[in-house]
Design a binder for this molecule. Structure first.
Ligand SMILES: [Zn+2]
Length: 261
């Protein structure tokens, strides 16, 4: 996978990595604290798990304007309500009303310009944040693009067709990428293109497996992901289900509506 890791983050970003490493979370959830050099208040993206030590290390950066959520998976939002209480009722903002108040499309926060990019696919509620300090920008991708490896399209909430469109959108952001798990990457656009190429080649493999008779998620996993680690086999089956659904939908569309992807 083509990637270029980042040695130093901009001065307005602090990474606090949660102690929840695992097969689905890589080294742990990345919690990002943002504050422009002369801003009084900070903002936090994805508080992560409800872990007392982790939440205390976030709270050290108070005062906060808001807690922002990239998507509703528990390893990103579980600690949000506890953190909000610790900070005296700071609002939680999320795309899914189950997890917070509505996100503004564009806002000035923590001395920075922030724009919400709808990037569904990993989950229906996934968003990315494009943040700009007036000189340079960065995209916070949540689990839509990780710092290494690939992400899961968490069918049925996740959707591969939407996911491919989201990757196409992110492939126009030639700026720093700060993901929900794994290392920062220098070029979000390059990572998005690598992810798109990977998904397209997987879809080719799935088409070939279906042509050879595989019709169930289990059969697709056996054909396309033969070496999958048993602990993440369920995630491979979600992805296979999403691939089958995407191809089924594609086969029902008239040719002029097919994705250029
Ligand atoms: Zn997730």
């Amino acid at each position: 996978m083509s990637s270029q890791q980042v040695e130093r983050l901009p001065e307005w970003v602090t990474l606090l990595r949660a102690p929840n490493a695992g097969p689905m979370t890589l080294d742990g959830t990345n919690t990002w604290v943002l504050r422009a050099p002369h801003a009084r208040e900070a903002v936090v993206i994805d508080p992560g798990p409800d872990d007392a030590g982790h939440l205390a290390s976030i709270a050290e950066h108070r005062p906060f304007t808001a807690i922002l959520i990239t998507h509703g998976h528990h390893d990103h939002v579980e600690g949000a309500e506890t953190l909000s209480r610790m900070l005296g009722g700071v609002p939680i903002l999320a795309a899914d009303p189950k997890h917070g108040d509505p996100l503004p499309q564009r806002t000035r926060i923590a001395g920075l310009d922030l724009e919400v990019l709808a990037t569904p696919g990993h989950t229906a509620d996934s968003v990315s944040f494009f943040v700009n300090d007036g000189h340079a920008g960065a995209v916070f991708t949540g689990d839509t693009i990780l710092g290494r490896g690939t992400t899961v399209v968490a069918w049925p909430d996740g959707d591969l067709s939407a996911y491919l469109s989201s990757l196409a959108l992110l492939s126009s952001y030639e700026v720093l990428m700060l993901p929900g798990h794994g290392p920062a990457q220098a070029d979000c656009a390059a990572m998005a293109r690598t992810y798109l190429a990977h998904r397209r080649s997987r879809l080719e493999q799935v088409r070939a497996a279906m042509a050879a008779g595989a019709g169930t998620p289990e059969a697709i996993v056996a054909a396309v992901y033969p070496d999958v680690d048993p602990s993440v086999r369920f995630a491979a089956e979600w992805s296979a289900q999403a691939q089958l659904e995407h191809l089924r939908r594609e086969s029902q569309r008239p040719p002029e509506q097919l994705d250029p992807l």
